[in-house]
Ligand binder design. Structure first.
Ligand SMILES: NC(=O)c1ccc[n+]([C@@H]2O[C@H](COP(=O)([O-])OP(=O)(O)OC[C@H]3O[C@@H](n4cnc5c(N)ncnc54)[C@H](O)[C@@H]3O)[C@@H](O)[C@H]2O)c1
Length: 248
């Protein structure tokens, strides 16, 4: 029970990696707000967690690309669960590869809105209260794509995830004097609904030294470490969880 008494918000928590993180935190004793564009699925997941774990659970219908929605998400968390200790900005979207000349301004706006502003807006709401309390943990979900210039998705994805990597360092520097740590996880290829749409060919699997795609539990374990006491001196870093697909 490493997170007993802690309150966490996880965005994009209706399924996939976000749901696995929410469940891992629940198993460790935390109370969790599951926020997602799919509010119905998030509410169902919160109900399942409430039946299985001792913490309190709530759901919010949230578009992370909307600052107003992010303000409302925190209000729901405060009302249902209390002051927030942990923010995991996990929601994200990907699109199949396309030539740069074929990517419309609307597409750029949409992917930047969700993958980058969707991490910035919740942080803007969280930062003042975390600074005042002198404590807090933030995790951003980056990607190996943001480190290597893309794996097989549209470049809107890798460009926004590279932005998330810099956001991690910039926010970590600002918030460190206030006792708040900020880190990123850069997953490799994890089997979820997201990767279903990318249709990897055999060469992607062959390029993973550990010889398998990742599972959501691989990322949830990293997300637990980064908010645990074991990581209290870790900030501004990116934890690669990619089976060796990319090594620094
Ligand atoms: N699966 C992978 O291989 C992989 C690799 C690297 C990084 N990631 C990152 O991990 C995160 C989770 O990915 P996943 O594989 O679980 O994806 P997923 O598509 O299975 O889940 C994403 C969740 O985010 C929600 N979402 C989408 N847009 C939203 C919005 N505007 N506001 C709120 N919620 C929204 C979706 O409804 C969904 O529940 C993403 O940021 C993704 O970029 C995934």
């Amino acid at each position: 029970m490493r997170l007993e008494g802690k309150v966490a918000i996880v965005t994009g928590a209706a399924r996939g990696i976000g749901l696995a993180i929410a469940e891992t935190y629940a198993r460790e004793g935390a109370s969790v707000l599951l926020a997602d564009l799919d509010g119905d699925e998030a509410a169902k997941a919160a109900g399942r967690l409430a039946a299985a774990y001792p913490g309190s659970f709530a759901a919010a219908h949230t578009d992370v690309a909307s600052k107003a929605d992010c303000v409302a998400m925190f209000a729901t968390a405060h009302e249902a669960l209390g002051p927030v200790d942990i923010l995991v900005c996990n929601a994200g979207i990907v699109r199949p590869a396309a030539a740069i000349e074929d990517i419309s301004p609307e597409t750029w706006d949409k992917v930047i809105g969700i993958n980058l502003m969707g991490a910035i807006y919740p942080t803007q709401v969280f930062a003042p209260e975390a600074k005042e309390r002198g404590t807090g943990r933030i995790i951003y979900m980056a990607s190996v794509a943001g480190e290597v210039g893309g794996v097989s998705a549209e470049m809107t994805y890798s460009v926004t995830k590279a932005g998330v990597l810099c956001l991690t360092k910039a926010t970590a520097k600002q918030l460190a004097p206030h006792g708040v740590t900020v880190n990123a996880i850069a997953p490799g290829t994890i089997q979820t609904a997201m990767t279903d749409i990318l249709q990897y060919d055999a060469s992607v699997l062959e390029s993973i030294p550990l010889g398998r795609y990742g599972e959501v539990s691989d990322i949830a374990g990293a997300a637990l470490y980064l908010v645990s006491d074991d990581a209290k001196y870790v900030t501004g870093t990116t934890l690669d969880v990619n089976g060796g697909l990319f090594m620094r």
